[in-house]
Structure formats: structure tokens, C-alpha cells
Design a protein around this ligand. Sequence first.
Ligand code: SAH
Length: 256
Amino acid sequence: MENDGHEATIDTVPLLSRVRIVLIETSHPGNIGAAARAMKTMGLSRLDLVNPREFPSAAATARASGADDVLMRARRHDRLETAIADCGMVVGTTARSRHLEWPVGTPRALASELSMLPSDTRCAIVFGREQSGLSNEELAWCQRVIRIPTDEQFSSLNLAQAVQICSYELRLAALGERASAPVDDEPFATTEEVANGIAHLMRVMAQVGFYNPSRPKLLPIRLQRLLHRSDLKRSEVRILRGFCTAIDESLIPPET
Ligand code: SAH
């Protein structure tokens, strides 16, 4: 899409239309409304809600202050996986400065990275519960984790304020988005494609006796983290699955 960086509007900024905001198990419906308002002011429109405690709700509509269309189009899900199934880039947010398994970036660096991704790669930014944030299982779906660099001693922002800051950074990045397409425009594999690849790998690992499904331990989640961290392209998932299929076939005893 043509974009000289000066006349960018919501209609001509593709980054904003391919990023969705995902809120997990939000307790206070007012936060959902305030998040919708935060999004709309920055030109974002796609909101996905995983098991909100109360929605739709008058409190959400009141706090949306006119961003009712974002609320009306919000999609509900029972599980995070379905909210991100078609995304090729999933980003978790955290108020904590240290997560053992993940390098934690800033919203600014992330927004700039997202603006360089192949234009058909859909992105999700995932926000956690007001009380407890995101679980480790949820973080394992994420290819990146970002933290708004608040004071270490008092790091936790209100949910909707965190959405506001991240949306603002996305908007700034979108306004400066490159006019030309990225050099490597091969799409990232979607979460669903990677999840199917992991399931295939686990089946083969079980078949060859490397993994015992009745005693799963940490292997599945570690594998999930490894593969989600690897920014797999579609063709790379196909290589992985082709290899699994070859192992599968080599295990079938020859017909007599
Ligand atoms: N006690 C929780 C804080 C949850 S705040 C915890 O320790 O994780 C609710 C949500 O707001 C978080 O899950 C995250 O999505 C967002 N949030 C709050 N402060 C943030 C910060 N400094 N950086 C990034 N996201 C933040």
C-alpha cells in the first residue's frame, strides 16, 4: 500500500488493521470499556476477549465513551488459542521485570518490529488479569514479551492504561511505517500451524519412545516455547512436518 509517511490515516495504515488486542479474563467490565476507548483513539479496532467476567455490560459501555463500535465487534473466546489461531506474531505483556525464559522488550521496539513484518502477518498483543497477569501457559504461546518500563518498585499499571500506552506506540510506528514491502515477505506461520506442528512432533516423539505422554513433565511447554520463539515461517513448519511424516512412515512395518 502506498504510504509516504505524511498522509497516514487509519485507512492507509495497514499495521493498525492487522494488530488485535486480546484481554484475558478481565474482572472489571469498566476496564474493557476503557481499553476499547484507548484502542479507538489510536486507530485500533479489533478487540478479542477471553472469558471476560462480565460482558456485555453497562459499565463497559459507559467507560468506552463512544468506542461502542469496538465493543460491539469484540469477539469472545473460551480459550486464548482460538483468539490467536490465525496470528503469526503473538506478544505477551507483563508488569514484572523478570521472566526467566523470556527476554523482555519495550512496546516501542516491538511496535517498530511489527511494522516491518510481512504485511499479511496478523499480530496479537495479549494482556493479563488485573490480579495475576498472564499464566506461564499463556506466555508459552507468545513469541515476544514486552513490559512498559515503569518504576521497578511500583510497576503495575491499570490494564486499560497499559493498553493505551501500547496502542500509542503502535500508532507512532504505523505513522512512520515503511513505504516499501519488507524484503522477505514470506508470512510467519500462524499459531494454529505451529500448534499443529508441535502436536505432530509430540506424536512422533511418543512413537519413537523419546516422550511418554502419561508422564508429560515439562517437555511439551518447553517445546512450545522453543518453537514460538523461533519466528517460524510457513515453509519451515512444512519442513518440520515433512520430517515427522518421514519418521512416521519409516516406522510402519513393510507390507508382506
Ligand atoms: N499483578 C499482576 C499485574 C497485572 S496488571 C502481575 O504481576 O502481572 C494487568 C495487566 O496489565 C497485565 O497482565 C499486563 O497485561 C498489563 N500491564 C500492567 N502493567 C504493565 C507494564 N508495566 N507493562 C506491560 N503491561 C502491563
